[in-house]
Design a protein. Structure first.
Length: 607
């Protein structure tokens, strides 16, 4: 089976060569034999590929200068398993995940692989079309007959007859204030179908924000309110798209427990989540999605949670005999034995700092950061992490005397700072290609650094996209690129993994480490995903205190001490999977949880 996918945003026949020769058409062997495999659209704005004639040599792909064409050969059995296709030359989804009453189904896969399409089908936001559209689109009887004998058969019958009520918590919660106004309490009261408002307020720690306007809530507060509103509705099927974004570790565990409690009420729950530890904690079973992002996605057969996540990390599905990742994702079980930066060049040091924001007071213990060092920042939400990052940026930019530069011999040199904020504001209206061009012209980056930055963040794949139209994950990648292309001494990253899939999170972690090391600069990284922070940081700066009232930033510690300190505050321990060594959350009060707390090893397992 052969499918062709054309990114029409990238296809520009009038610009694809200096002479307008349209190489994808000119060099296509089927065109030369008289079969019009590739032709121009009637308005000549993009090409059209006739899949039934395409011989799949791939010449058009090699000749296309904009990476607009993908031709994929798939096993013939998949031809009868196509669930949805957006149109001619557009993304295709094969197979369907199978939701079950009283169970939590976890979906795991790269961005652009079909997870959101799956949720839209299951919520009836888009009607499943079995790969046919226009006049050939199937009716409900054909759809229901297609799944006869499977567990999806009754689901689609109920969907057609509107017998199930679906509650959908969207991925991008930052747009909620554009559509919802008023106070938090009023919003939750409207959704309180089962009279469980007091219960949810306690479980998600919402008491302090009930009288706040929706428009002034932080990302973490918005996320908790969105989850609470979904939970309070009387639904049959609950869809949660990335519920852990912007939440700290403790809050993530709380929402995982809350979502699991819905399964005890015989509800059907489907969750898309990129934090593997949380996905593992809340799911009963998982479906993997693999394929080509933006081209096609294949839904695997259901897998047990532990086995399914390990399969995903390894990249080989044994029962389907499919390898979708060449190099497995590997976790290191132990931290470095000692710091590499004790005797390194100091980029800058800072004295004790005290700052206030409204009723919130933050105390920062003085410390220093070295060339090539990344200090990871951990702490609960509302404890001052973002305030700390902004304070460092402000102090550096104003040349405050609290900062002492020991690295630079020139006393008149002013340190420079580059920041990737927690909430990304879209100020540019240009194309991603503008960012790519700036990277290529950046004088402080080596050629290998420029290539690595563009390739790891997959910027070429979205080069012709307008920045205001990017998805959350795409916008995050562009924001990281913008931060690194600026020449600076200190790079500040606030939650760089938000909206990124697991592959991209770990690739970004490696990118930040390699870039800071090569530039011989310094970086602070605020990150809630424990696994990602473990990949990024050389040392850990822990925040403690009372969220919303007072915070205290301790001096940086080595990884083992830092993780122990933070997770002790959170009262959470992690064990290691025996095969992949990936961190897994221990259930509170379990034997492993009690033992690790007793020996003060909350994250790294002792010898």
């Amino acid at each position: 089976m052969r499918i062709a996918v054309l990114n029409r945003d990238f296809c520009k026949p009038d610009k694809c060569s200096p002479f307008g020769e349209k190489p994808c058409i000119k060099y296509c062997p089927r065109v030369r034999t008289g079969d019009k495999t590739i032709v121009l659209s009637p308005d000549e704005k993009y090409v059209i590929i006739t899949e039934s004639l395409c011989s799949g040599e791939g010449i058009c792909i090699k000749k296309c200068p904009f990476n607009a064409i993908n031709i994929v050969n798939l096993p013939d059995p998949l031809e009868n398993q196509i669930s949805y296709r957006y149109g001619v030359d557009q993304f295709s989804l094969f197979r369907m995940a199978i939701p079950k009453r009283g169970k939590v189904l976890g979906l795991i896969g790269q961005n652009g692989i079909g997870k959101s399409t799956l949720l839209k089908i299951l919520s009836n936001e888009i009607k499943i079309n079995l790969g046919r559209f226009g006049d050939e689109a199937p009716n409900w009887k054909e759809i229901i007959d297609h799944y006869k004998g499977s567990e999806l058969h009754q689901y689609f019958i109920d969907l057609k007859e509107n017998k199930i009520k679906i509650v959908h918590k969207p991925q991008n919660i930052t747009i909620i204030p554009k559509f919802v106004s008023g106070k938090v309490f009023d919003l939750l009261s409207k959704n309180n179908a089962e009279k469980r408002l007091e219960h949810i307020i306690e479980k998600l720690n919402l008491k302090e924000i009930l009288e706040r306007e929706i428009s002034v809530l932080s990302g973490g507060e918005l996320q908790r309110v969105a989850i609470a509103a979904a939970y309070l509705k009387d639904g049959d099927v609950y869809l949660f798209d990335e519920p852990s974004s912007y939440l700290d570790v403790s809050e993530r565990i709380n929402i995982a427990k809350l979502i699991r409690s819905l399964s005890e009420e015989d509800k059907t729950i489907i969750v898309v989540e990129h934090d593997l530890a949380i996905l593992d904690y809340l799911s009963d079973y998982v479906s993997l999605l693999y394929g080509g992002p933006g081209v096609y996605g294949i839904v695997s057969h259901p897998q047990g949670v532990r086995v399914g996540i390990n399969i995903y990390l390894n990249g080989y599905i044994k029962d389907e005999n499919v390898r979708f990742r060449e190099i497995p994702i590997v976790f290191h079980e132990r931290p470095p034995q000692e710091s590499l930066y004790d005797s390194g060049d100091v980029i800058f040091s800072y004295d004790d700092i005290e700052t206030s924001l409204g009723n919130f007071h933050l105390t920062i213990a003085g410390s220093e950061i070295h060339a090539g060092e990344i200090i990871g920042i951990l702490g609960p939400n509302g404890i001052g992490k973002t305030t700390f990052v902004n304070s460092i940026a402000k102090i550096v930019e104003t040349d405050d005397k609290k900062i002492k530069s020991n690295k630079l011999a020139d006393d008149n040199y002013k340190l420079k700072v580059s920041i990737k904020p927690q909430y990304i504001k879209i100020e540019e209206i240009g194309l991603v290609s503008d960012i790519i061009n700036k990277i290529k012209l950046a004088p402080h980056l080596s050629q290998s650094s420029k290539k690595r930055l563009i390739n790891i963040l997959n910027l070429e794949n979205i080069r012709e996209r307008k920045i205001p139209e990017l998805s959350g994950g795409e916008l995050q990648r562009v924001a990281i690129a913008k931060c690194l292309l600026s020449e600076a001494d200190i790079y500040l990253f606030d939650e760089p993994s938000a909206f990124l899939d697991i592959e991209m999170r770990l690739q970004v972690a490696q990118l930040l480490r390699k870039s800071i090391e090569e530039l011989k600069k310094a970086s602070f990284v605020v990150e809630h995903d424990i696994i990602t922070q473990d990949f990024i940081a050389d040392s850990i700066l822990v925040f403690e205190g009372t969220p919303g009232l007072r915070g205290k930033a301790l001096a940086p510690q080595n990884l083992r001490d830092g993780f122990n300190k933070f997770l002790k505050i959170m009262e959470i321990t992690f064990r290691r999977d025996s095969i992949t060594k990936r961190p897994r959350v221990n259930k509170l009060g379990s034997n492993k949880d009690i033992y690790q707390k007793k020996i003060n090893e909350y994250y790294y397992i002792p010898k």
